[in-house]
Design a binder for this molecule. Structure first.
Ligand SMILES: CC/C=C\C/C=C\C/C=C\C/C=C\C/C=C\C/C=C\CCC(=O)SCCNC(=O)CCNC(=O)[C@H](O)C(C)(C)COP(=O)(O)OP(=O)(O)OC[C@H]1O[C@@H](n2cnc3c(N)ncnc32)[C@H](O)[C@@H]1OP(=O)(O)O
Ligand SMILES: Cc1cc2nc3c(=O)[nH]c(=O)nc-3n(C[C@H](O)[C@H](O)[C@H](O)COP(=O)(O)OP(=O)(O)OC[C@H]3O[C@@H](n4cnc5c(N)ncnc54)[C@H](O)[C@@H]3O)c2cc1C
Length: 678
């Protein structure tokens, strides 16, 4: 059947080459080709794109849009099937690591495999000795063992130092005894733990000769490799259904308790510290913080995933806003497309710009992570604190903005956004825990604040700040300069934007440092001033995102109209933040209220510039209809017939008369009839 493109007119308006923009979005031509090929492969293979459930009618296939109607147990079994099928495909076709990651991404169902590849393997790599890597990585890469990352407990997640599980060394047998001494020490949350993992990296307090050496990682086998039953002394299960239908419920987040479980000494991950055969604790010359290295890895990866999730929501909301019409029909003509309302633009276009901004900062963060990791290999640990603060802060900023952005996109789609078939409720439910896992976003911003306070306190000692805090080296200028913007279009200058964000971040950090200095007990001061410190940290992180977008524009970006579009998006991202937080810029005295109004005026003008390009900028994300899983976001815009069709597939519509009619509705109706007769 011929497909009708309801968005064709929109696509004709584009002022840039969409195919070239797809490459900029993907990061390189090769990355684009891999993503494009794998996303289509997944969409076209029913074993990967469909959910198959055994029911009374035999095996029935469900599309992704129907996933939220399915019971968890069946969904979970289907996820196991898909994971096994994906893995076979990866092995049979000898996919590269990049292709395998893309396959997992486009299958788009949280699964144990994410924890195995995203946290278990990185933890071994980061904390294992050479011998340990040699022993465990081949097993893990071949999936002969499946692992998870068991750090969080019922009683403690954020406070890693507060974990209670113990690993007591027994020199008589050369073993560690892993034990859960209290209910609150039960491991709680690890993904993949509940029903699948055979092994876990368990974080426990290391005790030798009665002395507590703090937290360390241990590789512990949990289940038999023969029959998958829990090994003696191990209690393990799933923690229960989570927020939203479908969503994160394909993941078996688990609970785990140990009753004096013994593991060989060489299963303690020993890069950071070792325990000798005679029970001596020996600290390596690498910093203890390397115990947390896998969290740094995952936090940086989550930034690129944030841009992916936000781009999906934005793509749905943009296409639907161009299809949807309300009010304003003249002489019986068509009504106005809702995307033409300035309010719709002022909510949608900053999110479109944010998706691009997060993609570029994610690209840069990946580079920064690789650079620091190479330095760590050469025993240069000088940039580790900056990497920790930056990954923590940018993970926090991007995941919060993405979760909020998905919900805003749902509202931008009006009533139909509330239907599961819009894809947005499930996207929100599956995404929102990113604000909590890998570090609660407020706790992470407080880490950034500590780093900033340290930086400010060291300025007077002449230590030159570098990297993402190099701007603080210009403190004297940044503390007293004023914006020179005289008209709205002056806000288009990258130098005007950059100085505004640098001055605001510096002044907020310095104000916090001054307030802190009034406390006799700095820790007490830190607790008291925490809300201000979080705002200062956010200002610093926003500066990083803005500055990395500006740096991206300084690169050679080929392709018709590409750079111009990105310049517009960069200004929208920055001026939207300036408008949203204009209190900060005013209070710190960098701008006047008139200059704030100019920023807003310029922002409105930029929305007008984006308008004809909006649908094509969303097309440049190159999302397949399968990946979007949304009737509202369909590439062809054929929304209404498909919504109508989908409604009839709901289980409630399997019969005209619902189950329960005889028991509950008929007696009511009868009673009314009798009353009427009376
Ligand atoms: C076919 C398929 C193919 C492929 C798929 C492949 C790959 C997928 C790729 C990517 C993965 C993407 C997604 C992953 C999938 C799913 C993720 C899902 C779940 C996530 C799992 C988790 O949630 S794991 C648990 C995470 N837990 C936390 O984050 C806890 C948060 N708390 C902390 O991190 C810390 O305790 C703290 C930061 C709050 C610090 O607490 P405290 O103040 O007590 O400090 P300490 O005393 O511990 O330390 C003080 C000093 O240490 C510095 N510090 C702290 N953290 C770090 C760090 N990480 N690195 C470096 N330095 C650090 C701190 O700054 C202090 O320094 P000083 O100089 O000031 O002393
Ligand atoms: C879907 C999902 C998957 C997960 N996967 C894993 C996994 O694979 N492995 C694993 O080990 N863990 C996992 N976790 C656990 C996760 O890492 C923790 O939940 C997270 O680190 C937050 O810790 P918490 O639950 O202790 O929150 P809490 O710290 O109890 O947070 C509760 C509130 O207290 C506030 N708060 C806490 N400390 C401070 C402070 N110092 N100052 C100010 N406010 C504070 C927080 O901001 C928050 O508002 C997962 C969690 C989820 C939701």
């Amino acid at each position: 059947m011929e497909s009708i493109d309801y968005l064709a007119e929109e696509r004709k308006k584009a002022e840039f080459n969409v195919d070239e923009m797809k490459i900029v979005w993907a990061g390189s031509r090769r990355a684009f080709e891999v993503s494009d090929y794998i996303s289509k492969l997944v969409a076209d293979d029913p074993d990967l794109s469909f959910i198959f459930i055994e029911c009374h009618r035999g095996i029935q296939g469900f599309s992704k849009e129907e996933r939220t109607m399915l019971p968890r147990k069946e969904l979970f079994k289907n996820t196991l099937r898909k994971s096994a099928y994906s893995w076979k495909h990866i092995i049979d076709h000898q996919l590269s690591e990049e292709e395998a990651e893309r396959l997992r991404y486009f299958v788009d169902e949280p699964a144990f495999i994410d924890s195995h590849l995203g946290v278990f393997i990185p933890a071994i790599k980061g904390q294992g000795t050479k011998e340990q890597l040699k022993k465990w990585l081949p097993l893990a890469y071949k999936m002969q063992i499946i692992g998870c990352y068991a750090q969080t407990e019922l009683g403690h997640g954020s406070n890693v130092q507060g974990l209670e599980t113990t690993a007591t060394f027994d020199p008589r047998t050369d073993e560690f005894v892993i034990h859960s001494p209290t209910l609150t020490s039960s491991k709680w949350w690890p993904g993949g733990l509940g029903k699948v993992s055979t092994h876990a990296i368990v974080y426990a307090r290391l005790i030798t000769d009665g002395k507590d050496h703090g937290i360390n990682g241990f590789i512990v086998q949990l289940r038999s490799l023969e029959d998958h039953k829990p090994l003696p002394g191990i209690t393990v299960g799933d923690i229960g259904t989570k927020f939203g239908n479908g969503a994160y419920n394909t993941m078996d987040n688990g609970v785990l308790r140990f009753d004096h479980v013994r593991i060989p000494r060489d299963q303690m991950l020993m890069r950071v510290a070792q325990v000798t055969k005679d029970g001596k604790y020996v600290q390596s010359d690498v910093p203890r913080q390397l115990l947390y290295e896998s969290m740094v890895y995952t936090r940086q990866a989550l930034v690129t995933y944030a841009s992916g999730a936000l781009s999906r929501a934005v793509c749905i909301a943009t296409r639907y806003s161009a299809v949807r019409r309300q009010f304003g029909s003249q002489n019986g003509g068509q009504e106005i497309q809702v995307i033409d309302y300035k309010t719709q633009q002022s909510r949608l276009f900053p999110l479109l710009a944010s998706a691009y901004a997060f993609r570029f900062v994610g690209e840069w963060l990946k580079w920064f992570y690789t650079d620091v990791t190479q330095r760590l290999q050469a025993n240069d640990f000088s940039t580790l604190p900056e990497l920790h603060a930056t990954t923590a802060g940018i993970k926090s900023l991007t995941t919060t903005a993405t979760a909020d952005g998905i919900e805003e996109c749902r509202k931008l789609c009006g009533g139909h956004g509330y239907l599961c078939s819009s894809g947005l409720p499930e996207l929100y439910a599956v995404y929102v825990p990113a604000c909590t896992f890998e570090g609660d976003n407020v706790v992470l911003l407080l880490q950034v604040a500590r780093f900033l306070m340290k930086t400010v306190s060291q300025l007077s000692s002449g230590k030159k700040p570098t990297g993402t805090i190099a701007y603080m080296g210009k403190i004297e200028h940044l503390m007293q300069c004023r914006s020179d913007v005289e008209q709205a279009k002056d806000w288009l200058k990258p130098s005007a934007i950059l100085e505004a964000f640098e001055a605001r971040a510096t002044r907020m950090s310095v104000a916090c440092a001054q307030s802190l200095s009034k406390f006799d007990n700095p820790e007490e001061g830190f607790q008291e001033l925490a809300p201000d410190l979080v705002e200062a940290a956010l200002a610093h992180c926003q500066l990083i995102v803005v500055s990395k977008f500006i740096e991206k524009l300084q690169q050679d970006i080929p392709g018709e109209g590409i750079k111009q579009q990105l310049e517009v998006l960069c200004c929208i991202y920055a001026l939207f933040l300036l408008h949203k937080h204009h209190g900060d810029f005013l209070v710190t005295g960098y701008i006047t209220s008139k200059q704030g109004l100019f920023a807003n005026e310029q922002l409105r003008a930029l929305y007008t510039q984006v308008r004809p390009n909006a649908v094509s900028l969303a097309d440049a994300f190159n999302h397949t209809d399968h990946f979007l899983g949304s009737i509202l976001g369909r590439y062809d815009g054929n929304v209404y017939p498909k919504l109508y069709e989908a409604a009839w597939k709901d289980p409630l519509n399997e019969s005209d008369v619902p189950d329960g009619f005889d028991e509950y509705i008929r007696p009511l109706l009868k009673q009314q009839l009798q009353t009427a007769r009376l």
